[in-house]
Design a protein around this ligand. Structure first.
Ligand SMILES: Cc1cc2nc3c(=O)[nH]c(=O)nc-3n(C[C@H](O)[C@H](O)[C@H](O)COP(=O)(O)O)c2cc1C
Length: 375
């Protein structure tokens, strides 16, 4: 049941807090919110109040995938908790899992500002951070002492530096990041391998099958036991995506995430006026502009590799119906960021509550029965 407190906080967020926060620079608000989340998460009584207010628990939503127990299918996508601050508070808000990062071997101060913009009419954010993060060693130090109350994932990518000029150097850099996390005592549950950040320096790409194969062959050698999910681009054609998936299933990779940001500002969901306002700004779009293409690629991946790969649906989820659409196309889990920014933290419990209801309406007892039914 969605509590009265959850509905109240949802109303307060959208009608009072958001209009105030949206007056302030988006990156400042992001950092303020994650600092606040870290602070709240460090106190058990606060976590308990959040949990009673927000979290929705139902047996139809729990799943065990690749040995990991997920209390519900709704996760935080990579990019929001890039300073590894939110592992303690997110389960209390109702998330079933959460990804930290993207983290790279070496730190990166971020692309030149502005790195974040709002397009409220398009239900989107303009993102140009380029893997701003403190680097693997700092993040490991921060997470080593923590106990996690839900599955935590680490998103790993290539350090954003022109010094990594070749494919070989980039692979060595990514391997070193994996190695550092594997050698640590962090109790993380899974990895994401982010090959699809559209905002990086240099011309190295892992999209051509030969390049992807070389990267994955080296990662295979690490014999990592935790599942690895590849964060996929949504910018590539069906044929190119199909070729990437053909390579992926040959390696020790458990799943794919569709997908990352939208490069195409001509997407029909982008409001023309807002597109003109950000015309001279760098970056790529989250939220609704990712919706159609990520769904098309979930469908494609499930149809051709649904038995070999677990699919995580990500892009433009703002409601339980949105999450359910991705699940019915073939996603076993879903992730989001932008929906939470626009609708507030109560959205997570509302999605889970709504999902349980939608399953029941369709006469299904468990989420696994819905995965891929409309493919
Ligand atoms: C502020 C921001 C930062 C992001 N940074 C990353 C990142 O570091 N790594 C990554 O894999 N995806 C990153 N993304 C992409 C998201 O993980 C997600 O794929 C995309 O935003 C679509 O989901 P959404 O519509 O629910 O936001 C970022 C997105 C946003 C909004």
């Amino acid at each position: 049941m969605i509590t009265i407190a959850s509905s109240f906080t949802s109303f307060t967020y959208q009608n009072i807090l958001k209009p105030l926060l949206f007056q302030v620079d988006p990156e400042t608000v992001h950092e303020l919110m994650t600092d606040l989340g870290e602070f709240c998460g460090s106190y058990e009584p606060v976590r308990s109040v959040f949990s009673h207010t927000y979290a929705f628990i139902h047996p139809s939503l729990t799943q065990k995938l690749h040995g990991i127990q997920f209390m519900n299918p709704v996760g935080l996508a990579a990019g929001f908790d890039y300073r590894a601050q939110l592992t303690q508070i997110l389960p209390a808000i109702g998330f079933g899992f959460g990804t930290i990062g993207t983290i790279t071997r070496s730190s990166y101060a971020g692309n030149p500002k502005p790195r974040l913009g709002r397009l409220p009419k398009s239900k989107s954010l303009l993102v140009n951070k380029g893997f701003k993060n403190a680097g693997a060693e700092v993040v490991i130090k921060k997470l080593t002492q923590l106990k996690f109350h839900y599955p935590v994932g680490i998103s790993i990518g290539r350090t954003n530096s022109r010094l990594l000029a070749t494919q070989k150097q980039s692979i060595a850099d990514i391997l070193k990041a994996f190695f550092l996390f594997e050698a640590s005592h962090i109790k993380h549950a899974y990895y994401e391998l982010n090959i699809s950040c559209p905002n990086l320096l240099g011309n190295v790409t892992f999209y051509p099958d030969k390049n992807l194969h070389e990267l994955l062959r080296e990662i295979d050698q690490l014999k990592i036991k935790r599942p690895i999910f590849i964060k996929m681009p949504i910018s590539e054609t069906d044929r190119e995506t199909q070729k990437m998936l053909e390579v992926i299933v040959e390696h020790r990779i458990q799943g794919v995430i569709f997908g990352n940001l939208q490069k195409n500002r001509q997407d029909h969901s982008v409001n023309k006026h807002e597109a003109a306002l950000v015309n001279n700004l760098k970056g790529h779009l989250s939220g609704k502009p990712t919706w159609v293409r990520s769904n098309e690629l979930i469908r494609l991946a499930y149809k051709n590799y649904g038995k070999k790969l677990t699919i995580i649906g990500c892009g433009g989820i703002f409601s339980a119906e949105d999450a359910y659409t991705k699940i019915k196309l073939g996603a076993s889990l879903v992730q989001l960021i932008t929906g939470m920014v626009y609708q507030g933290p109560a959205l997570i419990g509302q999605i889970n509550g709504g999902l349980a209801k939608l399953l029941q309406q369709d006469g299904l007892r468990h989420i696994s029965e819905a995965v891929g039914v409309e493919n």
